[in-house]
Unconditional design. Structure first.
Length: 655
């Protein structure tokens, strides 16, 4: 999408958090009834159009399938055997509702449903039926060519609804060629200008639904690099025009007829079917967030138009054919799919509101990495002791933390949660300077999620008296937030052992207050949170108790082998090469000393080593740097314990 926003605009939404929270609660409550509602229309392996219909409806079944798949509920509804039977039934059909044979409406709905069901049950489509599927796809491509970009069912003219339906299905099946894209794009831009003129002139033939579907088409098919300022202006105008047509009850005036059902009458666009497609346009997301009040009004209409049939089952009707009467399966499925799509948009709004509230810019999301070798590629490895055995830190984190998250993180964007056994919280502990914060960033980058750092200053920004209210506000947002890696950094003083003389009143309060809040966001299972600390030994035992966090990992300085292979200092010196040039043979003790240096300490050492000209200078420099390094210094002034001794004692805490 060519439209651009600055960072402040991207983070801002018209609703504050309580309103966003209300919308999310409404969505969750509504979606709880989806399965029961659609089972009301169940027929064999498919769905009926009306509850008193006698057979399986092709388009209605496809719509119900897509609604249940969107909410990850299809497997709760149907078995693989029944899914295979439904796919077989759909693929063998070439028409529906007495429409002309091979019409694009029927073919597109069949292909979209089959495409989604194949993703759930890859073997549900028999090899003997693949030829029929391919033929249907070719027929749809032919419809675009015959209409010079616009798709129609004669004698009605080409409609934006049918065109967008065919284009999205061909796109899902990777069958939309460059030539077809160009033809549709050319037709859609011309038709969008015409429809906007009709709306602005208050013509009787104006159609707000056409504006919406055309906006989807041009936004999908026109790459931002090829969109000129005039087209950008038209897109923004189309968005504004569409929502200006919304009525006070949250609905839109009836669309122009799309085609004709021989036994029923004209077919029209349905608000919730159209809004679902609009909300799924990634290119339009930034603009859509600015119209949350209007979308909330449309959601309110859902409650006002519900049919409550026997058993208090919630159903809906499109109202297009009042002579038929009663609720319709496809309309009911469309409502639930809209509510799910709205929840996905509101979840993004919550995420932006959280970053805005904490005064942090929402980073541009990085692409989700695709292979193990991409995890922490430039992060130098260290050792971690787990169950008495030395292991590579990077390999341990990959196997026990990052990989399980990575395998499921895409589903969070679709409204799913991490499975109960998937680790999603961790404590990274170790001496200062071991890049625990940077390691957290590597985890976030690999998942393609932003890192949000929260430190005590966020809780104390309204003073000591406001700490409880601030903690409640932040954690309340976190409970509704998805697709974020949250780093609680520098919280050492706030979770001290409750019996410690250093613990102040507010520290003890936060210890008891944070535990249930952390448990709550852990149970929500839609984000990852990490605590980074230098002082796990001083943590309240309730915080670090086994099972409280999924992973507890000691992060130590990089190993000697990892350091010796890299370039360091302002001159990008390879320490191993430098030692070799000076004729220094590294002893086991020297290797240990090099391994004890943290990132910053090794970088300083390498910078100074660059000017060394003799063996003695190099050895003397290493000895002095090692004696002053973090691991050789005291943990505190009042205790003789060094960081080295403390880290050795705490190594067994890793799990």
């Amino acid at each position: 999408m060519p439209t651009t926003c600055n960072d402040e605009q991207k983070n801002a939404t018209p609703f504050d958090f309580p309103e966003l929270e209300r919308l999310r609660l409404f969505s969750k409550q509504t979606l709880r009834d989806q399965l029961t509602s659609l089972k009301y229309f169940k027929h064999s392996y498919g769905f009926k159009h009306l509850v008193d219909s006698t057979g399986v409806s092709v388009a209605s079944s496809a719509t119900c399938v897509l609604s249940l798949v969107a909410t990850n509920s299809w497997e709760k509804y149907s078995t693989e055997t029944k899914t295979k039977a439904l796919v077989k039934y759909l693929v063998r059909r070439d028409t529906s509702a007495d429409l002309p044979k091979w019409n694009p409406f029927t073919l597109a709905w069949i292909l979209e449903a089959v495409t989604k069901l194949e993703q759930i049950y890859p073997g549900c489509l028999d090899s003997g039926l693949r030829g029929r599927v391919a033929t249907k796809g070719e027929r749809l491509k032919g419809e675009i060519r015959r209409g010079s970009g616009g798709v129609k069912i004669p004698p009605y003219p080409a409609s934006a609804y049918l065109t967008q339906l065919v284009v999205r299905v061909l796109g899902q099946r990777s069958k939309l060629t460059d030539g077809l894209r160009t033809a549709v794009n050319r037709w859609a831009w011309a038709e969008l200008a015409r429809q906007l003129a009709l709306v602005r002139s208050k013509s009787k033939t104006a159609d707000a639904f056409a504006v919406a579907y055309l906006l989807m088409l041009v936004s999908t098919l026109t790459h931002s690099s090829k969109t000129d300022p005039e087209q950008t202006s038209i897109q923004r105008s189309a968005f504004q025009t569409f929502f200006e047509c919304q009525r006070d009850d949250g609905t839109w005036p009836l669309s122009r007829p799309l085609f004709h059902y021989p036994k029923v009458g004209s077919a029209y666009c349905y608000e919730y079917e159209m809004l679902t497609q609009l909300l799924q346009q990634e290119e339009l997301r930034d603009l859509l967030l600015g119209y949350l009040p209007e979308l909330s009004l449309a959601a309110g209409s859902v409650s006002n138009t519900v049919y409550r049939v026997e058993g208090d089952i919630h159903t809906w009707t499109s109202g297009h054919h009042p002579q038929k009467g009663g609720p319709e399966s496809w309309a009911t499925a469309s409502v639930y799919r809209f509510i799910h799509a709205l929840d996905r948009l509101v979840a993004e709004a919550v995420r932006r509101e959280l970053f805005r509230y904490l005064g942090s810019p929402l980073p541009t999301p990085s692409a989700r990495k695709k292979k193990k070798s991409d995890f922490a590629r430039v992060f130098l490895d260290s050792n971690v002791k787990v169950k008495g055995k030395q292991r590579s830190l990077k390999k341990f984190l990959w196997e026990k933390f990052v990989k399980p998250l990575w395998e499921e993180c895409d589903g969070i964007a679709d409204g799913r949660s991490f499975s109960p056994r998937t680790p999603r919280s961790a404590i990274f502990f170790g001496p200062p300077g071991t890049a625990k914060t940077d390691l957290s960033k590597k985890v976030a980058d690999f998942l393609g999620w932003p890192l949000l750092s929260i430190d005590p200053s966020h809780l104390l920004r309204n003073g000591m008296d406001g700490i409880q209210a601030e903690a409640n506000a932040i954690f309340r947002m976190l409970e509704q937030t998805e697709r974020v890696v949250v780093l609680f950094d520098e919280f050492d003083e706030l979770v001290l052992e409750r019996g410690s003389p250093k613990a102040e009143a507010f520290s003890r309060f936060l210890t008891t207050a944070m535990l249930p809040k952390l448990a709550s966001i852990h149970n929500r299972a839609t984000l990852v949170f990490i605590i980074a600390t230098n002082n796990i030994g001083d943590f309240d035992i309730a915080i670090r108790r086994q099972g409280r966090f999924d992973r507890v990992v000691q992060v130590m300085p990089p190993t000697y082998r990892a350091k010796i292979k890299a370039d360091w200092g302002s001159s990008k010196l390879n320490v191993g090469v430098k030692f070799k040039k000076l004729g220094v043979k590294l002893t086991p003790k020297m290797k240990q000393q090099l391994g004890d240096l943290t990132y910053g300490e090794f970088d300083v050492f390498a910078t100074e080593l660059a000017s060394a000209t003799t063996k003695q200078m190099a050895r003397s420099l290493l000895s002095s740097c090692w004696k002053e390094c973090t691991l050789q210094t005291r943990v505190s002034k009042d205790k003789p314990t060094t960081w080295k001794i403390r880290c050795d004692a705490e190594a067994a805490l890793s799990q």
